[in-house]
Design a protein around this ligand. Structure first.
Ligand code: SF4
Length: 301
């Protein structure tokens, strides 16, 4: 622990705050978190949280989800401008127009969406529970899946479904190309290759497993392999290395970085604890509408 990390832990304990961190934030920030996880795990932690203050080390939609599930807590973001490029690809006006034109469709939204988007949909999913939930929803009503066209297409392929797909994606995962996979395979021929479900279907077809980040941890746990190629944001390599110090993990080159996740630093986490964070505040009506699809998700997952 360095001096700033020690100061953070001391202040956090004094305030009785909880620090939640996504698997993609910097290693030094993961080290001071009470809990690191993927969107589904962090949603559950936020719901079970009893602390008055949650410091959310991740992007804005995650902080909003924590606030929706723990409305009595003060949710503070260390970086005001840490947004998600995929979440921004859902324009609420366009969703309203889609709903008006397709009144029979069920809207299933990836949790990587703003509260405004969540307020307009029927149920949320994460990459960890999407397959289970979409299967449970069945095929009684046609489905529009938003905003990740890659996750939606991968689900369609896996489940033999024909969901409509919103034209959105995570630019970090979308840029993984077949030549990057080939180079990684050549460099590490004995390592199984895991990719995130937000990758394009042609990339998923080249991988040994397509998973959420929580799924990657489980995959490694069950595997006899000693080394792995990890096709997701580079923060996950540190998370896996901490969980399995006796195994080796290699990223896909060039390195996959979500610039927004990297806006969370030890300095701004400390600022947050000193009263200079950015509190998530939402209109009560918006909160009531946006929490419904998340609760539905937690019931179904
Ligand atoms: S990795 Fe992709 S989906 Fe995740 S926060 Fe960054 S842009 Fe959004």
């Amino acid at each position: 622990m360095n001096a700033i990390q020690e100061e953070i832990l001391e202040l956090k304990a004094r305030m009785g705050a909880t620090i939640l961190a996504h698997n993609y934030v910097d290693a030094a920030v993961q080290d001071i978190a009470d809990f690191c996880g993927d969107s589904l795990e962090l949603s559950r932690k936020a719901k079970d949280n009893s602390a008055e203050t949650i410091i959310f080390c991740g992007v804005r939609f995650m902080g909003e989800t924590a606030k929706l599930l723990s409305p009595g807590a003060r949710v503070l973001m260390p970086a005001k401008d840490a947004g998600c490029l995929m979440a921004d690809m859902c324009d609420p006006e366009k969703i309203r127009a889609y709903k008006a034109g397709h009144p029979d469709h069920l809207l299933v939204a990836y949790v990587n969406t703003t509260a405004e988007t969540k307020a307009l949909v029927d149920v949320c999913v994460t990459s960890g529970n999407a397959e289970r939930i979409v299967t449970k929803l069945g095929s009684e009503r046609p489905i529009m899946f938003l905003p990740d066209q890659n996750l939606g297409a991968n689900l369609n392929n896996r489940l033999g479904m024909k969901m409509d797909l919103w034209p959105g994606c995570c630019p970090v995962h979308h840029r993984i190309a077949p030549d990057m996979i080939k180079a990684a395979r050549e460099a590490h021929p004995r390592a199984p290759l895991m990719v995130h479900l937000e990758c394009q279907p042609e990339i998923v077809a080249l991988a040994d497993a397509a998973l959420s980040t929580a799924g990657m941890l489980k995959f490694v746990e069950k595997s006899d392999a000693r080394e792995f190629i990890v096709g997701t944001e580079c923060g996950m390599i540190y998370r896996l290395s901490c969980a399995f110090p006796d195994r080796k993990f290699y990223g896909i080159e060039p390195k996959l970085v979500c610039k927004n996740m990297k806006k969370i630093t030890l300095e701004n986490v400390l600022d947050c604890l000193k009263g200079r964070g950015f509190e998530i505040e939402m209109d009560p009506e918006l909160m009531a509408a946006a929490v419904r699809p998340i609760e539905r998700m937690l019931e179904l997952s």
